[in-house]
Design a protein around this ligand. Structure first.
Ligand SMILES: [Zn+2]
Length: 363
């Protein structure tokens, strides 16, 4: 058996510094996967939840996925340490606010934050309150750090239809009562273990969202086979989360290119969940060359111990030139669930920075 090449860490410090300066959007970012280890410790102390370790060094191995993780199911287990900590308005608001600060360090100008509010809600903390707390934290973060942020509500594959209906109704309500400025709910996603709960079980939600004009995305093609991808395309989602196994079906791939459906790629996430066997097997370059629209995202920056600059470095390891990454960042704006005017505003902000970066590349 040929040994896999080691996971190549991307870059020289000079390249990393350049990649950090590229203006970016992150359109696949889970709130509960983006916690700082220090914050996890603080929240556990405040809520008196017992953690498997009480200092940052030891706790890191419990709340970050190790390179030996064998599957998406194993990866998802890590989240269960975190859910009990995210059951108060203060906790949700804090982690949303801190996420904006972390995004600012990456020069992320827009982040679409997703989470399944049912996982945080309980008798004394309604789904609506969960969403309001997140929006409040993001609004504070947006003001302080200049990172525009919105929310995508995740339905969760292992939840019952009744539970998902509650989350869906809340998403509908928030989406319909759009505030004139600041963070808001912009779309719906389906997350969780796709191997155990196929996409078609959730058709009613996608069909209803479509009839109402609510934008949708769907995690699909992260585990083996293309059935969930096929279903997502049939349900006419606007974007696909990951879509890695698309390469197995050239007909589907052609459809994705023709319908201009972007894939939300998380390279490190795909390596850690064993969606790809090793880094060099990641198809993002092949997707790009085949004409698929791709965006680069963190997915779970806390659990993976990464930031988006790191992911841009991973893309360099896979053959992307910095110039192409600048372009991918700019084009990703097109796939956001915001108004054409807002997209135009973001593009204008990006352009002036891009001119400066391109000049640096020429020197
Ligand atoms: Zn995800």
């Amino acid at each position: 058996m040929i040994p896999h090449p080691p996971l190549k860490e991307p870059s020289s410090s000079q390249l990393t510094s350049f990649l950090r300066q590229i203006p970016k959007v992150d359109l696949h970012c889970h709130l509960d996967g983006s916690l700082r280890v220090k914050t996890i410790l603080d929240l556990a102390r405040e809520t008196q939840v017992k953690l498997p370790a009480n200092n940052i060094k030891d706790l890191t191995s419990f709340v970050q996925v190790s390179p030996t993780c064998q599957s998406l199911s194993e990866f998802l287990q890590v989240f269960y340490v975190l859910y009990p900590l995210l059951r108060t308005p203060q906790a949700i608001e804090r982690v949303a606010y801190e996420l904006c600060e972390d995004c600012a360090k990456d020069n992320i100008r827009y982040v679409e934050v997703r989470f399944a509010p049912m996982l945080n809600a309980h008798d004394k903390f309604s789904i609506e309150d969960v969403l309001n707390s997140a929006l409040k934290g993001l609004a504070r973060g947006e003001k302080k750090w200049g990172v525009q942020a919105d929310v995508v509500v995740c339905l969760f594959r292992s939840h019952s239809t009744k539970e998902n209906r509650k989350a869906f109704e809340a998403a509908k309500h928030f989406w319909a009562s759009t505030p004139t400025s600041g963070p808001r709910v912009v779309g719906i996603d389906l997350a969780g273990d796709e191997a155990r709960h196929p996409t078609l079980e959730f058709s009613e939600f996608f069909e209803e969202a479509r009839s109402l004009g609510i934008p949708t995305t769907c995690h699909a093609g992260e585990t083996k086979g293309t059935e969930n991808l096929k279903a997502a395309l049939e349900l006419r989602v606007q974007r696909i989360g990951h879509g890695i196994h698309l390469m197995e079906d050239q007909k589907l791939l052609k459809q994705v290119v023709e319908r201009r459906i972007p894939l939300e790629i998380g390279i490190t996430s795909n390596v850690r969940t064993k969606t790809v066997s090793h880094l060099q097997a990641h198809p993002v370059r092949a997707f790009h060359d085949a004409g698929v629209r791709v965006s680069l995202n963190t997915d779970d920056r806390g659990i993976l111990g990464i930031d988006l600059t790191h992911e841009y470095g991973m893309a360099v390891s896979l053959g992307f030139q910095p110039k192409e990454l600048i372009q991918i960042g700019l084009e990703s704006i097109e796939h956001l669930f915001i108004t054409p005017e807002e997209k135009m505003g973001l593009k204008e902000k990006f352009q002036s920075e891009i001119v400066r970066l391109n000049k640096r590349l020429q020197n």
